[in-house]
Ligand binder design. Structure first.
Ligand SMILES: NC(=O)c1ccc[n+]([C@@H]2O[C@H](COP(=O)([O-])OP(=O)(O)OC[C@H]3O[C@@H](n4cnc5c(N)ncnc54)[C@H](OP(=O)(O)O)[C@@H]3O)[C@@H](O)[C@H]2O)c1
Ligand SMILES: *[C@@H]1O[C@H](CO)[C@@H](O)[C@H](O)[C@H]1NC(C)=O
Ligand SMILES: *[C@@H]1O[C@H](CO)[C@@H](O)[C@H](O)[C@H]1NC(C)=O
Length: 297
């Protein structure tokens, strides 16, 4: 691979990022409309122990849904559960071990879930890694591809029958994939999916998010054609100040923490974005207008 094809995705991803920041800066502040109660509904949120996922879990649990956080780190997961229960004493929120970098762990998670005989109304594929150093999942796939895309692909596939069973015309089941505007800089390198010939963390992140998006729209079409009461969509949260950025190149990391306060959806406002996502889930809207052209369904 030439130097140019290495550097281009990097330039592109930062241009895309800059554009998202600018749009965010100039978009109206967002006010949360009243949300319908979610009693009796069951949701799974991957990576729900922190960041965007955590905010989504917190709000859904607050509205009465039973929410299962699927995550790698048990300590972090249990802490999240405790914090949410402190806020909402009645919250039905729990943690289950799920490592998306292991297809076996995904299968076990689904087995345990199905063993409980619960319905499943909402699946939020939120977990993700960004710009991690070159590495492989347990099954030998490149990390971004494996965690952001393939792990979720298997999870969705294995849970689809439960989602279909629980979907009603009046209230569809939903799959929501948290993608990213970075998909715009993405290219699927079919000849080198794992980036083994020339690894670019930027390229790998963009590729994984593009793959997630393509499958989202394909799944949506197939579910509609099949007449199933399951809808699917992908959303882009915009820029939210979370731990996701910890692998950014250190000078940029410094700049990022400096501008984050000003420009990113920080802290409380990161939850504000999550609410956009949440509204889409709760109301069953697919084409909700995000403050930038972020939703694709
Ligand atoms: N923040 C942004 O500006 C932004 C922009 C566009 C898109 N997004 C997308 O939004 C989603 C959430 O990101 P975030 O900003 O909230 O980042 P975050 O704070 O880093 O959260 C990511 C979550 O994913 C989990 N995770 C990572 N690898 C995992 C694995 N192998 N198995 C299970 N869980 C795993 C993490 O848990 P552990 O690492 O502790 O296991 C963590 O809970 C991601 O898909 C990201 O690509 C974020
Ligand atoms: C990526 O890695 C997996 C696991 O080792 C392998 O099965 C697959 O063929 C690789 N794909 C490409 C295109 O290199
Ligand atoms: C979500 O992504 C998975 C793969 O990561 C894909 O199989 C599925 O079709 C997508 N679903 C939706 C609703 O976007």
């Amino acid at each position: 691979m030439s130097f140019l094809s290495y550097i281009l995705p990097i330039i592109k991803i930062y241009l895309v990022g800059l554009k998202v920041l600018l749009v965010q800066m100039f978009s109206r502040a967002f006010r949360l409309p009243a949300m319908p109660r979610q009693d009796g509904r069951v949701a799974i949120v991957t990576g729900g122990a922190r960041g965007i996922g955590y905010e989504v879990v917190r709000h859904m649990a607050g509205l009465g849904a039973r929410v299962i956080i699927g995550g790698r780190d048990e300590q972090e997961g249990l802490t999240a559960v405790r914090r949410i229960r402190e806020e909402y004493r009645e919250a039905k929120v729990e943690f289950e071990q799920l490592d998306l970098a292991s297809l076996q762990s995904v299968r076990r998670f689904v087995q345990r879930f199905k063993g409980r005989g619960l319905p499943l109304n909402i699946l939020i594929n939120n977990a993700g890694v960004m710009l991690v150093p070159e590495g492989r999942t347990e099954d030998g796939f490149e990390q971004h591809l494996g965690v952001n895309y393939l792990g979720h692909l298997l999870l969705t596939w294995l849970l689809l029958d439960t989602l279909k069973d629980c979907g009603k015309r009046s209230s569809c089941s939903r799959v929501v994939n948290v993608s990213s505007s970075a998909h715009r800089a993405g290219r699927i390198r079919l000849d080198d999916l794992n980036g083994s010939r020339c690894y670019s963390a930027h390229g790998a992140y963009c590729q994984s998010k593009l793959a997630l998006l393509l499958f989202s729209s394909r799944l949506h079409d197939e579910l509609q054609d099949g007449g199933f009461a399951v809808t699917s969509c992908a959303v882009d949260p915009g820029m939210v100040d979370t731990a996701l950025y910890r692998h950014l190149w250190s000078p940029l990391r410094l700049a990022q923490s400096a501008v984050a306060r000003l420009l990113f959806r920080v802290g409380a406002s990161s939850s504000i974005f999550s609410l956009h996502l949440f509204i889409m889930v709760a109301r069953g809207h697919i084409m909700v207008e995000l403050p930038y052209a972020g939703s694709t369904c």
